[in-house]
Ligand binder design. Structure first.
Ligand code: SAM
Ligand code: SF4
Length: 348
């Protein structure tokens, strides 16, 4: 049973006294096993729900963890129980040495899976090498099937190249493929029926995300939010009742299927139905902070410790202490917004 803030045990394993090989738990008894790594805060798109039109500031590159720093930290995360890595950003495919980084990540004891969330613009070129290096699978963001709207929503992106990226991912076996669509009122909400139709022809998971009010896009959220319930009703008015599929509670998507479809439909509803109770995930920002919740500002620093010459025990203790402080959940339903960073700076 998953603990709630009220029922949570006060101490499962004290981070200061636990042994080196113990997995890391937070104060609510949630064991951390999944790490999202932002490889860069930069991107080759400027999606309207992710970055503001003007005034986007990027971090100086020297503030980002170097390859050596990043791999050292990942090795320590593996030691304290992280089993799955997801590479994200910004756009992870623009990180130099990506292929070599993935190969090195796969070599750590305990790392069972390395996946990536990408806009797929560069995937037709990089896909075969990424697969060969050990990348297991990809989630690809695609918000519309209309090339003009795609250019507008990404502020310049090309749908034909992204589609080639999806086909390459399929062909080289970066599967099962998950497609992510942020549904926005007045932009692409009328396209959810066409996007869902992809699951009739492909064994893909088509996931519809509620837009979140991260830094810089609060106004876009306020105008654009379409709840998962609304999207589901729209789909059911065309395809009939969706069939529920049993879902891992740690998976943020609740899964359904159009009757007879090889693919699935997922709804990710951080605004209308938060999934904090089963949260087993941490984030590592490109500038070396452990981000404990996407939608809360709490972070723990690793980069300054690394650069001050900290040994592995000190770093591990800092990780455990940060994890212990992981907040129970976000407070969007109470109207609270205190994220400090934008999505591309955290690693969505
Ligand atoms: N550039 C890659 C991509 O777009 O797939 C990875 C980084 S992107 C920040 C990760 C995911 O966050 C994407 O699926 C994107 O659609 C989603 N995202 C970005 N801003 C969002 C927002 N305000 N609300 C909900 N999802 C958002
Ligand atoms: Fe870039 Fe991904 Fe953000 Fe779009 S959602 S601007 S592709 S980081």
């Amino acid at each position: 049973m998953v603990a709630t803030p009220e029922s949570a045990p006060v101490a499962i394993i004290n981070p200061r006294t636990s042994g080196a090989a113990q997995p890391a738990f937070d104060a609510y008894g949630r064991q951390m096993s999944y790490l999202r790594i932002s490889l860069t805060d930069r991107c080759n798109f400027r999606c309207v729900y992710c970055m503001p039109a003007l005034g986007m500031k990027f971090q100086p590159r020297e503030e980002h963890l170097t390859d050596d720093e990043l791999l050292r930290v990942i090795g320590l995360f593996a030691k304290i129980g992280i089993r799955k890595l997801r590479l994200t950003g910004g756009e992870p495919t623009i990180r130099p040495h990506l292929v070599g980084l993935i190969r090195a990540m796969k070599e750590f004891d305990g790392i069972e899976e390395v996946s990536m969330t990408t806009n797929a613009l560069l995937l037709s070129r990089l896909g075969p090498d990424l697969k060969e290096a050990g990348l297991d699978r990809v989630n690809i963001s695609i918000d519309t099937l209309d090339p003009d709207r795609f250019r507008e929503m990404t502020r310049g992106g090309r749908l034909d190249l992204v589609w080639k990226g999806i086909e390459t991912a399929d062909a080289v076996g970066l599967t099962p493929i998950k497609l992510n669509t942020v549904v926005m009122r007045g932009q692409n909400d009328h396209e959810v029926v066409d996007l869902a139709r992809l699951t009739l022809d492909h064994p893909w998971s088509m996931r519809f995300l509620e837009i979140m009010p991260l830094e810089g896009v609060g106004d876009v959220h306020d105008e654009g939010l379409v709840t998962s319930e609304e999207t589901k009703s729209r789909l059911e008015s065309v395809y009939g009742p969706l069939e529920p599929i049993e879902t891992d509670p740690a998976d943020p998507a609740r899964l359904w299927r159009i009757a007879g479809a090889p693919g699935t439909i997922g709804f990710i509803s951080p605004v209308s139905a938060p999934f904090c109770a089963a949260c087993n995930r941490l984030r590592l920002t490109a500038d070396g902070k452990i981000r404990l919740c996407l939608l809360r500002p709490d972070e723990g620093d690793l980069r300054d410790l690394l650069r001050a010459g900290a040994d592995d025990d000190t770093l591990e203790e800092a990780m455990r202490a940060a994890i212990w402080r992981k907040p129970w959940g976000h407070k969007l339903s109470e109207g609270k917004r205190d994220t400090i960073r934008g999505m591309s700076q955290i690693g969505g």
